[in-house]
Every structure is written in structure tokens, then in C-alpha cells.
Design a protein around this ligand. Sequence first.
Ligand code: FAS
Ligand code: PHB
Length: 393
Amino acid sequence: MGVTRTQVGIIGAGPAGLLLAQLLDKAGISSVVLERRDRAYVEGRIRAGVLEQGTVDLLHQAGVGARLDREGLIHKGIYFSVQDRRTQIDLEDLTGGKHVVVYGQTEVTKDLIAARFSAGGDLRFDCEGVAIHDVETDRPRLTYQSGEERHEVQCDFIAGCDGFHGPSREALPASVLNVYERVYPFGWLGILAEAPPVVDELIYSRHPRGFALYSMRSMSVVRHYIQCVPDTDLEDWPDDRIWEELRLRLAPEDQHLLKTGRVFEKSVTPMRSFVAEPMRFGRLFLAGDAAHIVPPTGAKGLNLAAGDVHYLSRALISFYANNDVAGLDGYSQTALARVWKAQRFSWWMTSMLHNFGPSQDFDARVCEAELAYVLSSRAAMTSLAENYVGLPF
Ligand code: FAS
Ligand code: PHB
């Protein structure tokens, strides 16, 4: 059995686990990151695209802001397309100068992995059967299998950054764990394609045919989504049908702006709102999708993971520097306060912009009225803008 001793054992090499390891390393705190999949899989996953300023700042603190500054696209606003009219929500004007940066999560992950290795970080891929032990003691452990060999990581703390399907949330006893969930009656069919964006910023479209989002990864690669049934079979959606649906869900005067191109990624994402409480049990701390999932309508998933890591890294640094446990003891409450605000915003954006089907006529009318009010009121648009650019940590 290979045994490693470290200060923080981290499960998962997604944005949460990698960013935590990098921030701890900058503070001289050792960690081991155990990732189930291989590096190519992790670096190949297509996910989020919009970074809040707080996330950008954290990536700079972690020493991975250079390519982000070079290649990230600063977006000063977003568009809503409703009832055949496109309206700009000027984020910078409404929030006193704040904006978002469009930079794919895939690139964030690649930058963080490269930084971990160049710092000599202990980042391990292909770790099978990661198991969590003794979190109610001051000597928690992780075990896993790699090929024929068993390994053990002895640590002071464990960070469960293993996403929605990982083992860490299950390590909380049923008597302690509270779960809050809402599953939506639709999903998003997303494509990545070699084509120019429709316009210079994102378009969120509420349309009788269903929601659509026109996003991008660069000025030559687009990331578009259409609302679809949750169990959509991609076989039913050849590229031409997707492009036609994307065209139809734009305002008539914008439809000619949609340029098609080679589709090189196609996937369906289910929609749910999910929170697990508490986010700490003994020496185990949950961060990111391991603790919460938001519908991507508010572009919050990746940014919430960064927010958790902000709080957890500060708490761990304060513990090792000053033997101060206040941050650790307050972590769950502090992180959840921000998680629930983002849950509310993501649920509100999702409810307002999606078509819930004929059985929801009253709700549909209320959502249409809500959207009409938002687009006619500076106060309402300001509230949307300050949530979209990210609430303060
Ligand atoms: P992640 O899921 O990214 O990472 C968890 C890691 O843990 C993975 O690498 C996994 O392989 C590993 N792991 C799991 N089980 C393990 C085990 N037993 N042992 C070791 N490792 C294990 N958010 C947005 O803001 N905008 C979007 O458009 C958007 N689109 C999304 C599309 C999809 C298909 C999905 C699934 C999510 C999307 N999200 C989006 C949310 C997404 O970006 C997450 O919020 C983000 O990946 C959270 O990062 P982590 O918490 O690190 O979890
Ligand atoms: C994306 O570009 O993937 C994206 C952008 C904004 C969202 C969701 C996804 O709200």
C-alpha cells in the first residue's frame, strides 16, 4: 500500500478541486488531488462559459490569469430577445462598471492542470474507488486503487470537490444531510460550432417554441443552446434541424445574423436546482457541484464553485497560519448564504425564460409579465445585472 501524508486531501480535478489546490499551494499548504478520470477526459469536458469578476480575480490569485487576460472576451452586457424584440441589459452601466468574461471552463481547467504540474503539485488521475475514512477524527484518510496497487492519503482535512455524482456528499450521514431539489421539465441541447457569434454579446431568447441561448467561446466558435425535452435523443437532432430551430427562436430582424458552421460537439444537459446542507461534516468540506447544482440559465455553476473555494481556502489558510478555526466552523453557513442567493437567481432566470408547456398557462403569463417589467424598469434590470455579474463574496 502506497501511503502519502499531506495537509488537505482533495477529491476531484474539476475547477473546484484544482483551484483549491492551487490557492493552498500559493499559501504553502500541501494537498493531494485524486481524480477518477484521465487527464484527456477532464480537459475535454465542455461546460460553462461565463466567468464573474470574482472568479477572474481568484484565477489571478491562483496564478492562472495570463491566458485568460489574453483570450477571454469582456462582455459589458447581455441581450434578452422577447416577443420579437432584442433589448440590451447594460451590465456595466447598471452595476457601476462591472462586467463578465467569456472564457470556457475547459480552458480554465487546462490552465489549472498546467499550473499544478508546473508547481510540482501532487495531482493524480485514474484513481479508482476513492473512499473517505475517519472524517469525524483529526486523522481523516482517503484510499483508492490505481491499477493493482492500493493507496492511502493521510491528511488533516478532506475537500469533496467531486461534483454531483461523486462520493463525498454520500459520506454525510442521512441523519445530518438535508437535500433541497427541483427538477425542471426540460433540458438544454447544446452545440459547439465553428461559426461567428450572432452578435457581440450573449442573447437569451424567450420564444413560444422554447428558450434559446446564443453564446460563444471566441469570435470564431459559438456555443448555442435550445430548450428541449429532458430525454432528448440526439439522433433526432441532425445539425440542420438544430440550426433551423436556433434561427426560428431569434427575433425576425435577427434571424439573418445566425451563421451556421461545422458542429463539433453536441450534448443534452438536464436541468435541476439542488442544494445539500450542511457543506461540512467533521473534517470533510464540500465545494462546488458536490454540494449544489443550478440550472445554467444564470451562468452560476462554475462561479459558485469558485465562491466556495474562496471561502474554504481562506478558512484553511487561517487555520494553518493562526490555528484559527472560525473560518472552518463558519464555512458551511457562509458558503450556503451565497449559494442560496445564486439558486434563487438561477431559478428566477430559468422560470422567466423557459416555456413550461400549455399546462402552465397562468405561470406563463406571470413570467411574461415579469420579463416585460424587468425590461421596462431600470430598478428591475439593475437587480438582474448585479446578480448576473456576481454578488460579492
Ligand atoms: P465538476 O463536476 O466539474 O468536477 C468534479 C470532478 O470530480 C470531475 O473531474 C470528476 O471526474 C471527479 N470525480 C467524480 N467522482 C469522483 C470520484 N469518485 N473519485 C475521484 N474523482 C471523482 N455551469 C455554468 O455556469 N454554465 C454552463 O453553461 C454550464 N454547463 C454545464 C453543462 C454540463 C453538461 C454540466 C454537467 C455542468 C454545467 N455547468 C455549467 C456546471 C459546471 O460548470 C459546474 O458548475 C462545474 O463543473 C463545477 O465544478 P466542480 O465543482 O469542480 O465539479
Ligand atoms: C455558455 O457559454 O456555455 C453559457 C453562457 C451563459 C449561460 C449558460 C451557458 O447562462
